[in-house]
Design a protein around this ligand. Structure first.
Ligand SMILES: CCCCCCC/C=C/C(=O)SCCNC(=O)CCNC(=O)[C@H](O)C(C)(C)COP(=O)(O)OP(=O)(O)OC[C@H]1O[C@@H](n2cnc3c(N)ncnc32)[C@H](O)[C@@H]1OP(=O)(O)O
Ligand SMILES: NC(=O)C1=CN([C@@H]2O[C@H](COP(=O)(O)OP(=O)(O)OC[C@H]3O[C@@H](n4cnc5c(N)ncnc54)[C@H](OP(=O)(O)O)[C@@H]3O)[C@@H](O)[C@H]2O)C=CC1
Length: 287
């Protein structure tokens, strides 16, 4: 028997709607795909790795008895983006909800960051998101309306080791405002969800090098005194995609347990560099 994941949304909220979630095979994207599916949408998930998508599809079926549709796509590759959006439209007939969740970065100090490294992160987070928005708008939403949610990262006040990602995410947030103004006449709403530090196994694998000590200090700096969960980010993305948010466009909703992100500072010890709450630095070391 399936033990369905808990949801705060009603079962047929997205009946007859088709949703596409980039990076939907893992972490936050998978939680969003699950919420949308439980709420009645036909859900497509994409990502570069076919294996991750297949695993996610199997897991979702086991947990909910519901199916996800999958198609590999590297959002930095225009041919892939064209193929993905065409495939969804051919097989399912619409793309009513687009969740641009695929993204990420590697921590790197600005002085060590090459142009290629900077552009790798910008191409993923900013250009990839733009190209998904444009394709879905041109092929479907311009004539049928719809809603788009872009998942960014709560670092609008900057974050050490994240110059590339911060620039890209700020770009996504500003681009979202412009697209909201250009596309509202076509019945398209577009917003951002700005997560704080959210525990996902797949996401945290990339930051193992920072160590538990740094993570514990970060947790202490969060007013809620805990990390967020993928499901908590999913609720925000699903709300913004729903009719309940029909007068909301061009906005960013932070899901961060009250964290202001003004408090992170570089932490250096022996050969480790990481992030710690600014307030945890000795007074002399504060800027
Ligand atoms: C404990 C809590 C910590 C705080 C957490 C903050 C909250 C944020 C969480 C998340 O965002 S969770 C998401 C998790 N997923 C990821 O972050 C994705 C991981 N990264 C990637 O998938 C890839 O790095 C990338 C961003 C997609 C880039 O991949 P791509 O294949 O395009 O690049 P490469 O060919 O590997 O490299 C291109 C270029 O970049 C340079 N580079 C790559 N890694 C590093 C590195 N670690 N440090 C410095 N530079 C790096 C690489 O050197 C290449 O440039 P050149 O050197 O050849 O010029
Ligand atoms: N966890 C956290 O604390 C936070 C996460 N975020 C953001 O939320 C989003 C999800 O993060 P999370 O679930 O934690 O981490 P994950 O690493 O699990 O999610 C990233 C997803 O994006 C996909 N992806 C990566 N690169 C590409 C690409 N070029 N084309 C298509 N898909 C790609 C990955 O699949 P594949 O490898 O198969 O391509 C993966 O499914 C990311 O944008 C992340 O930066 C923001 C703030 C905090």
């Amino acid at each position: 028997m399936n033990t369905k994941p808990k949801t705060v949304f009603r079962p047929k909220l997205f009946d007859k709607k088709v949703a596409l979630v980039t990076g939907g095979g893992t972490g936050i994207g998978f939680a969003i795909a699950t919420e949308l599916s439980l709420a009645g949408a036909t859900v497509w998930i994409s990502g570069r790795s076919e294996e991750k998508l297949d695993d996610a599809e199997k897991r979702h079926f086991k947990e909910t008895g519901l199916r996800l549709l999958t198609q590999p796509c590297d959002i930095r590759n225009a041919t892939d983006v064209d193929a993905l959006t065409s495939e969804v439209l051919t097989k399912s007939g619409s793309i009513d909800i687009l969740i641009n969740n695929a993204g990420g970065q590697f921590p790197c100090s600005a002085e060590e960051l090459s142009n290629k490294g900077f552009m790798a992160v910008v191409n993923l987070n900013l250009l990839g998101t733009f190209s998904m928005c444009r394709e879905v708008f041109n092929k479907y939403m311009s004539t049928h309306g719809g809603s788009i949610a872009n998942i960014t990262l709560g670092m609008n006040n900057g974050m050490p080791l994240m110059a590339h990602s911060g620039a890209a995410r700020a770009g996504v947030e500003n681009m979202t405002k412009t697209l909201s103004q250009e596309w509202i006449a076509s019945g398209v709403r577009i917003n951002c969800v700005r997560p704080g530090i959210i525990y996902t196994e797949s996401g945290f694998d990339n930051y193992k090098g920072l160590g538990d000590d740094v993570l514990n200090k970060i947790v202490r700096s969060i007013p809620a005194k805990r990390l967020g969960t993928a499901e908590e980010v999913a609720s925000a993305a699903v709300f913004l995609s729903s009719d309940g948010a029909r007068y909301i466009t061009g906005q960013s909703l932070a899901v961060c347990g009250g964290q202001s992100f003004t408090h992170l500072a570089i932490f250096e010890q022996e050969d480790k560099v990481g992030l710690i709450p600014y307030g945890a630095l000795p007074l002399k070391a504060r800027l």
